[in-house]
Structure formats: C-alpha cells, structure tokens
Write a protein that binds this ligand. Sequence first.
Ligand SMILES: C[S@@+](CC[C@H](N)C(=O)[O-])C[C@H]1O[C@@H](n2cnc3c(N)ncnc32)[C@H](O)[C@@H]1O
Length: 228
Amino acid sequence: MNKKQSFIPALNYKWLTPLYDPLIAFTIRESTFKRHLVQQAAILDGHKVLDVGCGTATLTLLIKQTHTTANVVGIDADPDILDRARGKAKRSGLPILLDHGMSYQLPYADGTFDRVLSSLVFHHLTRERKVETLKEIHRVLRPEGELHIADWGKSSNRAMRAAFLLVQVLDGFETTTDNVNGLLPVLMEEAGFVGVEETKRFATVFGTLSLYRGRKNDEPRLLKDHKT
Ligand SMILES: C[S@@+](CC[C@H](N)C(=O)[O-])C[C@H]1O[C@@H](n2cnc3c(N)ncnc32)[C@H](O)[C@@H]1O
C-alpha cells in the first residue's frame, strides 16, 4: 500500500532548520538529557544502534563518540536536515551512517538492531504514525533489544503545562497532545514492548521532557481496546 510520506520538519518550517541546533542547545538542556539517554541505553561493544529521526545527528554522533565500537546509524525523513547532519559527521571525523527514510517504514530487516534511540521525534507524529513507528522499531530490534526515547511527556506541574503550549503552537496540537497526556509509554506497551517505564524527567523552558525505556517482546500484545 502506498501511503503519502509526510513529516513535520525539525522546527515545523524548513526555513527555521538552520536555527535548530543553537535553539535546542541553549533552551532545553540538550547535552544533559541526551547524555542521560545514551547512558541509560547501556550500549555494549559491537552493538548496532539506530537513531530514529536523527535530525542534525547530535545524538547519533554522541552515541558514536561515547561507544566507538558500536555501529551507529541515523535515519531521518528530511533530506535537507540530513545534508546538515552529514556535514557535522564529516567535520567530527566520526564514522556514522545516515539514511533517508520514514520512521513508520524503516528500510531495515527484522532484528537488525540491538538498541534504538529516538529524541524529540514522537511529538512530530500523529497517533497513527506513533503506533506504526513503534511497531517498526519493535520489528527492527533483535529479541531483548531495547528502545530508549526522549520526548515531551506528562507535565510535572501547571507551569510546565503552560510552557508546553509554545511547543504545541509551533508543532501542532494533533501530534503533541498524546505526549503531554502521558500516552507514549502506553503506546509502547501496545506495540509489544515490555518493562516500559519513564526513567527521568527534565524541567525545561518548553515543558517537561521525559526519558522512557522498553524492551522487545516477541509477541506483540493485542491493543487494550480489543482485550476481553
Ligand atoms: C525536533 S527534530 C529532532 C532531531 C534530533 N533527533 C534531535 O534530538 O535533535 C525531529 C526530527 O524528526 C524528523 N522526523 C519527523 N517525522 C519523521 C518521520 N516520520 N520519520 C523520520 N523522521 C522524522 C524531522 O525531520 C526532524 O529531523
């Protein structure tokens, strides 16, 4: 079936992409939360690691820099941001692979990766795309492989909820509401992940950023709605 391949760019408008790296670095404690995400992924020597929605490849490069024996691949839907990522990778001298593709149609064989990481991508996806993406990630993970996500989560307090309205106005309410309602871990479980948990929360100027983890289970569960 041919589905329209659509995506929301890093800052919603492509002309804002050049501002992405400085904006994220200075506003949402990027270095801190990405280091935590990589640390919790517990990547081992020789692991194959995928960064879904890699953007400018800041996380992809951090993974390679801190785990030099890992095979690290980034994938993104936006060819323009991948050009920037390739420039950064070249300047860093770190050997990573950067692919063009959709999170909900990953161009990899079943069981390819030991770890999948993803940062600030799920709030760009509709509910349908979130579910499809989680199922695709589940498919490309090997048994016992792990998914580690950093994205906007349930607000810790009213101030955080108010701050998140800025993100919702920029990136759209349709794709961000599930995040702030705390639905990501529920959707992870429905896609078949086990041991799903929110591991950490960061207070930022744009709201509460959450880290999640889940492990591959070979038998995806039925959606909650269909349970007897
Ligand atoms: C906010 S940026 C995050 C980039 C990077 N992961 C980071 O943490 O800085 C979201 C990225 O997801 C990409 N993206 C959005 N929808 C996508 C999809 N369906 N498949 C793959 N990439 C997607 C966008 O092109 C953009 O680069």
